[in-house]
Design a protein around this ligand. Structure first.
Ligand SMILES: *[C@@H]1O[C@H](CO)[C@@H](O)[C@H](O)[C@H]1NC(C)=O
Ligand SMILES: *[C@@H]1O[C@H](CO)[C@@H](O)[C@H](O)[C@H]1NC(C)=O
Ligand SMILES: *[C@@H]1O[C@H](CO)[C@@H](O)[C@H](O)[C@H]1NC(C)=O
Ligand SMILES: *[C@@H]1O[C@H](CO)[C@@H](O)[C@H](O)[C@H]1NC(C)=O
Ligand SMILES: *[C@@H]1O[C@H](CO)[C@@H](O)[C@H](O)[C@H]1NC(C)=O
Length: 273
């Protein structure tokens, strides 16, 4: 298969997201505009690293992009030491294991799979210098690393975001809403994926307050351009939620050398909510 030898980096992934919600709910042009962007990918000749004697996989998990499916499947694999840095204290307590790995490699050919996600965990923007250093240190010590993330088509993302944060009961710190077009539009924010990467999840609670005119929290287009550039520079792979099953999961199977009998189970109905 072709991707065994090379893989595709989505150069314009966040540009696609930055189309944001200035489009009304059912604009007929949104799909074609997105297609225009998503087809502007660039293919890069680049081999997957060999993890046969262990290594580090860094997973930057943007909420509502399908990352839970990845975690639930991979955390049950024996050779993978899965760390889920779901908040600041988890990150704080476990980052030393990454440091250890990039300095000295792994014992017994194990793979450290390090996922950063949600609540108070540091944003990609805050982490960027550290991530850069992790890569450099690993390269100096010849420890194989693979950094990746997933992004989602922006209209589908905004529905999912609204559903998860404003309709479901498990997010009490976000305003409860009714499933109406009015509330959906009222609660829609500019480029939430960029917001998450730049300022982290806590900032999204405040951004919702549209009374804060010219607030300091909302991301702006130039912030997102910068984030996009940084993501492309630092990630080895940025997949899309829509093609999770066809691209990112097979790529991970290859990278992690999973047995051919292994199949990924789907843990969330990510395409519906
Ligand atoms: C962070 O997550 C861990 C693991 O679920 C939990 O035990 C801990 O209480 C959380 N810390 C904070 C400050 O929420
Ligand atoms: C690696 O394998 C050896 C032999 O099975 C075992 O003694 C050792 O504890 C393992 N190391 C780790 C970090 O699991
Ligand atoms: C949701 O709908 C109910 C019933 O129509 C109404 O009483 C309530 O105020 C609405 N909530 C919001 C947040 O608009
Ligand atoms: C935004 O926040 C920074 C520091 O957090 C502050 O120095 C600056 O004055 C604020 N700008 C506005 C427009 O409020
Ligand atoms: C995924 O691959 C299958 C089989 O090759 C194909 O039928 C399907 O259309 C693909 N789905 C997407 C979203 O590309």
């Amino acid at each position: 298969m072709m991707w065994q030898f090379r893989f595709v980096i989505f150069c314009l992934v966040l540009t696609a997201s930055s189309l944001s919600l200035s489009l009304p709910l059912s604009s007929p042009s949104e799909d074609s505009r997105y297609d225009e962007y998503s087809s502007s990918v660039c293919e890069v000749e680049k081999a997957l690293p060999s993890m046969s004697s262990g290594g580090l996989v860094f997973f930057l998990h943007i909420p509502k992009t399908g990352g839970t499916t990845i975690r639930r499947n991979l955390e049950r694999i024996e050779r993978i030491d899965y760390i889920f840095a779901k908040n600041f204290s988890m990150y704080h307590d476990t980052a030393s294991q990454v440091e250890e790995t990039i300095l000295h490699g792994r014992e017994n050919n194990t793979i450290l799979f390090y996922e950063i996600h949600a609540t108070t965990a540091p944003s990609f923007f805050r982490l960027r210098k550290r991530l850069r250093r992790w890569r450099e240190t690993a390269a100096q010590n010849q420890v194989p690393v693979f950094f990746f993330s997933l992004v989602r088509e922006p209209v589908s993302y905004s529905f999912s975001h609204f559903n998860f944060f404003h309709l479901q009961k498990r997010n009490p710190s976000f305003e409860r809403c009714n499933a109406t077009e009015h509330d959906f539009i009222r609660k829609s924010v500019f480029n939430p994926q960029c917001q998450f990467l730049y300022k982290g999840e806590p900032s999204m609670r405040v951004q919702k307050n549209k009374n804060l005119q010219n607030n300091n929290i909302t991301v702006h287009e130039q912030n997102c351009d910068m984030i996009q550039k940084e993501i492309i520079e630092q990630m080895d792979w940025v997949g899309t939620t829509a093609k999770l099953t066809n691209e990112t999961l097979p790529l991970l199977s290859k990278l992690l050398d999973l047995p051919t009998s292994f199949t990924f189970e789907n843990f969330r109905k990510i395409f519906l909510c």
